[in-house]
Design a protein around this ligand. Sequence first.
Ligand code: PLP
Length: 427
Amino acid sequence: MSKAYKKETLCVQAGWQPENGQPRVLPIIQSTTYKYSTSEQMGRLFDLEENGYFYTRLQNPTNDYVAQKICELEGGVAAMLTSSGQAATYYAIFNICEAGDHVVMSSTVYGGSFNLITCTMKKMGIDCTVVDPDWSEEELNKAFRENTKCVFAETIANPALVVLDIEKFARIAHAHQVPLIVDNTFATPINCNPFKWGADIVTHSTTKYMDGHAMCVGGAIVDSGNFDWDAHAEKFPGLTTPDESYHGVTYTKKFGKAAYITKATVQLMRDLGSIQSPQNAFLLNVGLETLPLRMERHCENALAVATFLQNHEKVAWVNYPGLEGNKYHELAKKYMPNGTCGVISFGLKGGRSAAEKMMDHLELAAIVTHVADARTCVLHPASHTHRQMTDEQLVEAGVAPDLIRFSVGIEHKDDIIADLEQALQFV
Ligand code: PLP
């Protein structure tokens, strides 16, 4: 938007800007194609000589308005939507890495990202070194190689709830002339803007708090525009040398600060096609309108639930960065002064079997794979989302075998606590 509005205003009003007589609400442009009157103009669009829509697999106006809103919330220069958070992670990395390259990744990232990067991308010839986010800069330095192309981490790790020292990671990435890519799904742009602290690219699973109602799988990538690809041109030939698959265009020359997102759109989206459906983008936009209200309530409720659990005799440990005394509380206060997220984790004195019994007796909180939505939900990662990992990998990822991931919703906190209280009686 032209004025520097606050995030609450951007959530409602950024993106679609209706002109006189146009619909107030973002329209769903449910069309795969766009009509032009001359074949010469269509040719110019294909040559990227002219701005315009030509096929929804590359770009769609509904999607672009929503991406614009997310871009403004993050304080970036360009953004795109993807069909899922997984696609966002994949595209964000693959846009600057190819076979023979190397990625440095935090050990505590979401299990799906861990699998994507250490298994699937490895099969594509992209190697990865897994690092402990709490390592010193000296230790982290050792993970870098000549062919390292980026660093990937999460602002608040799912489900380990490790808060990333973004400045430390940005410093180390930049010292090795590579960008820091941060998955900001759990904090959301309401609670943290990683660009302010030196991150270069942000990814989101919009499936989580942004949608907020467990309706649509989706993702987003936002570029800060701050990383100077040309200054390290030999490391990023995909951006700084002609793309033969696109009529010899050199993205940094032609698109400047929009180079990274333009390449991901016209090359990766064209070839791999993980577009978000305009219907889902419309619903995501509705979710975004209430994001600040929901995040405030998620954080307030999560703190109340974490405090209740901490004082319960059957609870062995509680992990919530919003709790005073938590290992990451100081980092959380620095990077997320208004709150972290609604997800907490805890373990019971009775261990894994007690966890399963307790979960089976919850009435309000449902056992679902999903996390970070309006309804309270619960999961046992070692048995569910992270079950592909070895015990060693689970420990590295900060996922204890008894860890219960409890995603506190926006119901009344008294009801959520009462539900936990009655379920704990069965343990
Ligand atoms: N990043 C984080 C932090 C996640 O929690 C998830 C999913 O749980 C993803 C990425 C992947 O997103 P999606 O499920 O939308 O593909």
